[in-house]
Write a protein of this length. Structure first.
Length: 156
């Protein structure tokens, strides 16, 4: 009985630090970022007093979450688009309007492998549209905090 107790105690003393390390490691790879949306980032640039801010998270399993809050205009819709800074691209994730001044990423949002690679290279952005600027009034590029500067291609 004493040997069993010693074995369990030793096992738990080794397991606890390992579990803690796994939890910390998982958080290191959460790609959470603060975003600051403005008209100057639009293509072409928009002169506006409108602004927005929020937090978007992209996880290594390609799931996306987060929300943005805007001010200074009446938004009509918001999306995450795929394109580099200085370019316009197609919407890939429509954001859900959660209030007159806020939008959220839907709970089931997930990037494809190609879209995740675009994200790692800084080729995704958040865009909020208005009646005055139907192509977008404010925008912010989503910049990965990936530890590596050379993302691995899916399948490698």
């Amino acid at each position: 009985m004493n040997d069993t107790f010693k074995f369990l105690r030793r096992l738990l003393s080794l397991e606890a630090p390992l579990v803690l390390l796994c939890l910390v490691s998982a958080n290191l790879y959460a790609q959470a970022m603060s975003v600051s949306l403005n008209g100057a980032s639009e293509v072409p640039p928009v002169t506006t007093s409108a602004a927005g801010s929020g937090q978007i998270t992209v996880l290594p399993d390609h799931t996306v979450s987060g929300s943005i809050k805007i001010s200074g205009f009446e938004p009509t819709m918001a999306h995450i688009h795929e394109a580099a800074a200085g370019q316009n691209g197609p919407p890939i994730i429509p954001l859900k309007k959660t209030g007159s001044d806020s939008f959220a990423v839907p709970p089931d949002a997930k990037l494809t492998d190609a879209q995740y690679t675009s994200y790692l290279y800084g080729k995704l952005y958040v865009n909020v549209h208005s009646a005055q600027h139907p192509n977008g009034e404010i925008r912010a590029q989503l910049l990965s905090k990936e530890p590596s500067t050379t993302p691995m291609r899916p399948g490698y």
